[in-house]
Design a protein around this ligand. Sequence first.
Ligand SMILES: NC(=O)c1ccc[n+]([C@@H]2O[C@H](COP(=O)([O-])OP(=O)(O)OC[C@H]3O[C@@H](n4cnc5c(N)ncnc54)[C@H](OP(=O)(O)O)[C@@H]3O)[C@@H](O)[C@H]2O)c1
Length: 270
Amino acid sequence: MGTSTGRTAIVTGASSGIGRAIALRLGAAGIQVFVAGRRAAALADTVAAVVAGGGTATAVAADLRDLSAIERLVDRATADTGRLDVMVNNAGVSYRGTLADGDLDQWREMLEINVLAMAVGSRAAVRAMRACGAEGHIVNISSSATRLESPGFYGATKTAADAITASLRRELENDTIRVVNIVPGATATNLARHHPEVVLGLATAVGQDIEPTDGLFTDRALEQVANAAGPALAHPDDVARAVLFAITQPIQLNISEITVQPARRPPARS
Ligand SMILES: NC(=O)c1ccc[n+]([C@@H]2O[C@H](COP(=O)([O-])OP(=O)(O)OC[C@H]3O[C@@H](n4cnc5c(N)ncnc54)[C@H](OP(=O)(O)O)[C@@H]3O)[C@@H](O)[C@H]2O)c1
């Protein structure tokens, strides 16, 4: 068991990818983790993996586009454990496409999850952390897409999220609540699930033959691509270690932002 026993965390979007890796790291550090997402079976896998790592986890299946579900998620964690110490707003969705031909439903979904759910999750976490006197951390998962010359609608939602994160950090400087922005670069996950050609192109470029099932690649297939890509693609756990670092620093410190970029740019896709 790790050094953070007695703390409670929530990780949204923990049914896969970066969120699952964060839940595993926090669980192994002794933090009781509440993991949220829509896919109950995938969340159960996350819980089982946390338990296998010696931790404790609870699954809360919810569609976080329903903003009241986020409030209920925070209420559940505080009702069960009496506290909230870490809130990781990780759930995210990405659609590509031009602005000229943009799909309004996709824009709305990105705004609802990447911006509103993050803001509502942060607000609920502040209230819960203040109520229990926590030395707390709110961790928001941004994206290196914000730094592109042409970030598109997805990058725009993450830029909005960055502005909220920075404002919240300033607002809470007299609280014992620190606000951390984590900026991942290209990481081997199913984030591009609506555009499997992205992962397939990468896989082909690094000589891997993988196929999605129902639009999703298995963790094993993603791991295979990340290993073959070497320093051109990050693993979800690379991001998770940055989160663990940030939330285990003294509360007098603001670890304002950590960028986790693979050392090289991704290989050109075929
Ligand atoms: N992978 C990258 O290269 C990369 C780079 C920069 C930033 N990021 C950011 O990292 C974060 C995690 O993404 P990932 O790469 O790990 O991709 P992922 O495996 O697709 O994870 C996304 C998570 O968000 C959850 N989610 C999406 N819509 C939701 C909804 N309506 N309600 C509840 N949960 C929802 C998904 O759960 P369900 O499907 O079960 O609902 C899933 O667990 C995102 O914020 C993403 O923008 C990723």
